[in-house]
Design a protein around this ligand. Structure first.
Ligand SMILES: [Zn+2]
Length: 136
């Protein structure tokens, strides 16, 4: 069985080598094989085994997001908690290192806090802005 090197085109007589060059598999002659990494056929099945728990982890994360929603009352919740603490928008803004204008917008419902900010508000004000939606 005669074969040719996929890199230099030379006829390979002394055993073909399978190597990886820039992620592509080449069947090459011995001198050309030094230009790539040795290709191990066992690698893909190993990779597949790793990818399964990874995708499972992703599903769990998505499910968690689906299970909680931002309370439609978030503006009222923020305002009431802030007033209970006797803080102005400015004072709370300084404490949280956020703009007072942003807090005002949340309270009137003109702006929805993103997940990071909502969690920060929950922590600073001791309130729950996320509701769990459990359909089971
Ligand atoms: Zn070659």
């Amino acid at each position: 069985m005669s074969s040719f090197c996929e890199l230099c085109g030379r006829r390979v007589t002394d055993g073909k080598k399978t190597v990886l060059i820039d992620g592509t598999i080449f069947n090459v002659c011995l001198p050309c094989s030094k230009r790539g990494k040795p290709y191990l056929p066992a690698a893909p099945s190993k990779k597949k085994a790793i990818s399964t728990p990874t995708s499972k982890k992703t599903n769990t994360k998505i499910k968690m997001i689906d299970d909680t929603i931002l309370s439609p009352e978030f503006g009222t919740l923020i305002r009431e908690a802030r007033m209970k603490k006797g803080l102005t928008h400015e004072q709370l803004g300084i404490q949280m290192n956020e703009k007072a204008m942003l807090l005002r917008k949340f309270e009137i419902g003109a702006l929805k806090p993103d997940e990071i900010l909502a969690k920060k508000l929950e922590r600073f004000l001791g309130i729950k802005l996320y509701l769990s939606v459990e359909e089971e």
